[in-house]
Unconditional design. Structure first.
Length: 446
């Protein structure tokens, strides 16, 4: 008999894995790691997940919604004979990112990434007999994120994954258009992320409501200082494009080779998809200035940049040029501070006290108690910083509109600390009777 089960993630943010089974075969949606700093106190630890999910049943297929660690992070443990699926740009980005994470790792992740198959927006796939999945392209702080519309055993399920509509992909009413085109309501079951339900205060106090607003505010901040260090996730591409386009003409836009690879890979993909002018090169900045000396690896970077309809050039930049002209630089924490001092740390030490500033563009939780990231704090080093960040997740009003559009018979919240709060939120009042909290490990017959 067909059923649905959340292995993990019904009442926590991150570490997600959801199973839909026909009794004969199954799909797993995401196989994520617990959020940094939470594994020790988690109900189910990462080390227990393999046994839980693959211990007695090895068959099935895994579909990743996007490339955030809390959704794909345990991918290396997935048995070789279990097919994995992900979006094509998400796969390209993991092929750049994972080799960096593999440095010093005992088990390398790149072979598993190379094994991943890709799905396409709006094209049905049948990963296992009896379960059809339609990937739907959605906005999120990871580019190339998907919702899944699933048919199994005569039932329809909409699985949102992480989503929002206040980024670049969500502009011009994309969410509504996609749902109206592909999801004939009413759906039997809606499984929706509810990250912001447990961060309501944060949503209310957010200084920046959308990526566009983030760009405008960034532009004003950049005008005040000569040396701008932006701390942003290397794969939060919407924000990165906003920082790029809002870099004043007189400053250089700077990143390192790794970040340049991620950037150009995303821009090429968005050029192919069309209709995303925010992902085109800026006339103000046709050159991205890259730290370090060019080596053989730069050829690929330049080949992609040259081949685009709207080309983007990459040139190496010297410390003297940085000093003379000023910059907006995309930076990252040093993940191996015991081994070396990163170029970003050196430049921060040199320029911060001479008209420099740090723009912190990540979730504020990474600087606080439970989720405190010591490498990030170490990088900031007690210096003052400007916060400039917008949420990667749907606001309450977005979730309410989604519910209105697909009119589900059952609503199952997940990816939230407080699924039971769903019924207390005024925007969801009309749907109160449809909410069903499904705890980790409980099977819901379909
Ligand atoms: Zn995510």
């Amino acid at each position: 008999m067909a059923d649905l089960m959340i292995h993990r993630g019904s009442s926590q943010i991150g570490g997600c894995c959801t199973q839909i089974s026909t009794g004969e075969s199954r799909i797993l949606i995401d196989f994520g790691a617990n959020l940094p700093g939470t594994d020790q106190n988690a109900g189910i630890k990462d080390s227990e997940m393999f046994q839980k999910v693959f211990g007695s049943v090895r068959k099935g297929a895994v579909l990743f919604t996007h490339y955030h660690g809390d959704h794909y992070g345990l991918f290396k443990e997935i048995p070789d004979d279990v097919p994995m699926y992900i979006g094509s740009l998400a796969k390209d980005i993991l092929e750049i990112l994972v080799p960096y994470m593999d440095r010093g790792a005992e088990k390398k992740g790149l072979p598993a990434v190379e094994r991943m198959r890709t799905y396409e927006a709006g094209i049905w796939i049948t990963p296992v007999p009896g379960i059809q999945v339609l990937p739907l392209y959605v906005d999120h702080s990871a580019l190339d994120s998907y919702m899944f519309y699933i048919r199994v055993s005569g039932k329809s399920i909409l699985f949102t994954g992480d989503f929002r509509e206040h980024g670049i992909v969500g502009q011009r009413g994309r969410l509504e258009r996609v749902l109206k085109t592909y999801v004939p309501g009413p759906v039997d079951i809606l499984i929706t992320e509810g990250t912001m339900l447990s961060r309501l205060g944060e949503a209310k106090n957010l200084l920046v409501k959308s990526e566009q607003e983030l760009g405008e505010k960034a532009g004003k901040l950049f005008e005040k200082h000569k040396y701008n260090f932006v701390l942003v996730s290397s794969t939060n591409l919407d924000s990165i494009m906003e920082f790029y386009h809002n870099t004043p003409k007189n400053l250089r836009f700077v990143c390192d080779f790794y970040q340049a690879q991620v950037l150009i890979t995303a821009m090429r993909d968005m050029e192919r998809r069309g209709n995303f002018p925010e992902y085109r090169p800026s006339k103000k900045h046709p050159v991205v200035w890259v730290l370090g000396k060019p080596d053989s690896r730069w050829a690929k970077l330049r080949r992609i940049g040259d081949s685009m309809k709207h080309p983007l050039w990459f040139r190496s930049v010297t410390e003297e040029e940085l000093e003379r002209d000023g910059f907006v630089m995309l930076t990252r924490k040093n993940t191996r501070p015991e081994d070396y001092v990163s170029p970003f740390e050196k430049l921060l030490d040199k320029f911060f006290d001479r008209d420099g500033q740090i723009i912190y563009s990540m979730w504020k939780g990474y600087l606080e108690e439970e989720h405190a990231d010591w490498q990030l704090l170490r990088f900031i080093g007690g210096r003052p910083y400007e916060s400039l960040h917008t949420s990667g997740h749907a606001y309450v009003e977005t979730i309410a509109r989604l519910i209105g559009l697909v009119n589900p018979k059952i609503i199952i919240p997940m990816h939230t600390k407080s699924p039971e709060d769903f019924t207390f939120i005024p925007e969801f009042a009309p749907y109160r009777d449809r909410v069903q909290v499904l705890r980790d490990g409980i099977r819901l017959p379909l």
